[in-house]
Unconditional design. Structure first.
Length: 272
């Protein structure tokens, strides 16, 4: 779930004037274990909502980016709660996570070498780029042309060092209905991601290294002035996950869709 959220958020991204609202749909596939999900997105003014459906039908969770307030709302429909992430909350959570990571690293020092390696491998699997080592800047390389659901796109491979970790097929915004509206709110989200990267990169956090990597991939994609209509995630040379743009349409979105549902309880950002 977190991996696909990150993949989607960094895959979708300032424009001027007043535009229509937009609905869009993306399909999510995990290869192991095999699963197919769906994201239904809504754009209204400077705000974005994404609803995550497990197996395409069961609503698993939602995320709302409020560009007007510069915050993200994470909604848990199972327990009817929501979490608001603004700059203050990100700084607080980053501090708590860094403390937890420091405690874990201190505990690992007393483990036998083989157990230390197992722990580091678990961390790498759950959060690629973590587990120590020097930060490596992402490199994008053009990899030919493609076509996804009738939309032409250009392929770009993303490398971390010598390892290919992702491929984006980037289409011109104008080739997608509502593309300018989507671009407007997604690029506002880019500024929010910059704040997040700064918060989680304090003190050389391993979490910060991954956030920084994704931020730099995102910034390079932004320079291409396009929308990744297909993203393939690689693990050891094999496709591990896939995100595909299915459709979009201009329409009218209810402003209440950009708020937490009535009756849901707000949680704090403590990791305890």
């Amino acid at each position: 779930m977190l991996k696909m959220l990150a993949l989607t958020v960094f895959a979708i991204f300032f424009a001027h004037g007043s535009y229509a609202d937009v609905l869009f749909v993306m399909e999510q596939k995990e290869m192991s274990p095999a699963s197919v999900g769906q994201i239904k997105g809504k754009v209204k003014d400077n705000n974005l909502r994404m609803d995550f459906y497990e197996n395409g039908t069961e609503l698993e969770g939602s995320m709302v980016f409020r560009g007007d307030k510069n915050e993200v709302i994470m909604i848990n429909h199972d327990d009817k709660t929501y979490l608001v992430m603004d700059e203050a909350a990100m700084n607080s959570l980053a501090t708590q996570l860094e403390q937890a990571m420091s405690q874990m690293e201190a505990a690992m020092k007393d483990m036998p070498p083989d157990q230390q390696e197992k722990m580091k491998e678990m961390m790498r699997q759950k959060m690629p780029g973590a587990g120590g080592g020097k930060y490596i800047e992402p490199v994008l390389k053009k990899a030919g042309d493609g076509n996804v659901n009738g939309v032409s796109c250009t392929k770009y491979d993303v490398f971390r060092g010598d390892e290919k970790v992702r491929q984006h097929c980037v289409a011109n915004w104008n080739s997608i209905e509502g593309g300018e509206e989507m671009m407007a709110v997604m690029l506002r989200m880019a500024d929010f991601m910059d704040q997040m990267a700064k918060s989680f990169s304090k003190g050389g956090s391993m979490i910060g290294e991954q956030v920084q990597f994704e931020r730099n991939v995102f910034n390079q994609l932004r320079q291409l002035n396009g929308f990744p209509i297909e993203t393939l995630e690689y693990d050891e040379g094999k496709v591990d996950a896939e995100s595909t743009f299915k459709s979009s349409e201009k329409t009218s979105v209810d402003p209440s869709d950009m708020e937490p549902p009535a009756g849901y309880a707000r949680q704090n950002t403590s990791t305890n």
